[in-house]
Ligand binder design. Sequence first.
Ligand SMILES: Cc1cc2nc3c(=O)[nH]c(=O)nc-3n(C[C@H](O)[C@H](O)[C@H](O)COP(=O)(O)OP(=O)(O)OC[C@H]3O[C@@H](n4cnc5c(N)ncnc54)[C@H](O)[C@@H]3O)c2cc1C
Length: 466
Amino acid sequence: MSKAGGGPFLQRLSHLVPSDAIRISRHARRAYGAGYFGHNDAEKPLAIVLPENTEQVQAVIRHCKDHGVSVIPRGAGTNLVGAAIPVHEGVMIATTRMKRVLEFDPVAGAIRVEAGVTNLAVSAYVRSAGWRYAPDPSSRRTCTIGGNIATNSSGASCLKYGMTANNVAGLTIVLPDGERVETGNSGYEVTGADIAGILCGSEGQMGLVTEALLRLAPRARQVRSIMLSYADPRDGLSAASDILRLGILPARFDYVDAATIRLCENYVPSGYPANARAVLLLDIEGLPLELDNLQGRICQAARSFREMRVECEYEARGELWAGRMKIYGAAASRGRHVALDGAVPLSKFPDILATIDRETANRSMTAATTLHIGDGTVHAFLFENSDHPESSAIADQCATAIRLACIELGGSLSSEYGIGIRTQDLLAHQYSRVDLAVQQRCIDAVQAGALFNPGKVFPSLPGAAE
Ligand SMILES: Cc1cc2nc3c(=O)[nH]c(=O)nc-3n(C[C@H](O)[C@H](O)[C@H](O)COP(=O)(O)OP(=O)(O)OC[C@H]3O[C@@H](n4cnc5c(N)ncnc54)[C@H](O)[C@@H]3O)c2cc1C
């Protein structure tokens, strides 16, 4: 029997938000109960609410708490590991109508936005004033700032500009009991505990972010994109390390393997050499004279390259990055696959590339892999062997083996997507019981008996997170 008690609960819920801001049809519940991750027919949300402001969010959360009904925060639903998919009956609160820019300080380089604003919309808003929002997940056109915060998103610019947590100055949060909390300020100094820091990466379990104060980065005067191609992948990886050790901090820095070169060139031709075994893609920013100097030093450090292409842009992401940035589309056009986001230390890149080769070959699968040189992210697209009747299960096993190898190599099972129903059981391999118990205690303390995105993050294996 539903805790919500069906009719009266939903009836009252529908009075807390405008009449067109609640969805209870089978179709809507099925659509919102899924995401990029796929469908989860067993546990559709009880209702989907689309509030317009913090006060409506508070009212809905209080109502759910009073009836012992769980809340599932949702942004745009682009999560790839099932983090925003309900595993228990509950009310989904989607922030997609909370799209207002509340305040922009062009002098300090700070902006306060509602949680449903998309990542790319923030940069678009501040662009003409000479600013941009640096964290750049590939899903930035669609994903929301609230979702970025809950998963601590990042992208190719993380080396120089950090992850979401490094670019959030303050938050407005509605706690699981309905209380509203304000944290942070537009300065860099946090007085007292860094609550916004704890919220980053908390996967919607510590409250619903309704507003965020974001730090902006100056728009670069000029961006120069450089592509270096290599006949031997090991030379490409050594060059990446040599460039960093020279003290050069590229604004974006990725390693692209041979399979990804082919995959991207077939989808959006970007001029990556067809016969290269590896490519380094990097952006440097500054004034033209500085860029000439940096380019010269990069050439020296990366001397074993076979070919170099340079593109001068006033906007980052010209043709050289076009193929790389469309990799998710390229992978989808190629066929069924699992997208994976482990992380390893830079020194372990050769080991994880060898592991990916071995684990996929053992299962007659293929992979296309890119690496963020900044945070050690390993983006591997594992293509299913469609000849095999169990191809999806085998691809999942392969992904698990690679994620476990990332942990073994001193890294992490996830770098960007966060922990969802696809990956949560593996967390017990990365953290000890005590480590997990401390995290659980923090969340329990904030939830104080309410249920926020329950059944997520922590391993469901018996005893794993005691
Ligand atoms: C094509 C593609 C490319 C991607 N590339 C990247 C990438 O480069 N880097 C990267 O980091 N990720 C990437 N992702 C994953 C995903 O886009 C990010 O995790 C993104 O931050 C999720 O945002 P969202 O608005 O879609 O959140 P959702 O998917 O809706 O939710 C994600 C999590 O955040 C919680 N949540 C959402 N909104 C709130 C809120 N307001 N308050 C509290 N909790 C909330 C949810 O409960 C859930 O746990 C990619 C996904 C796709 C489909």
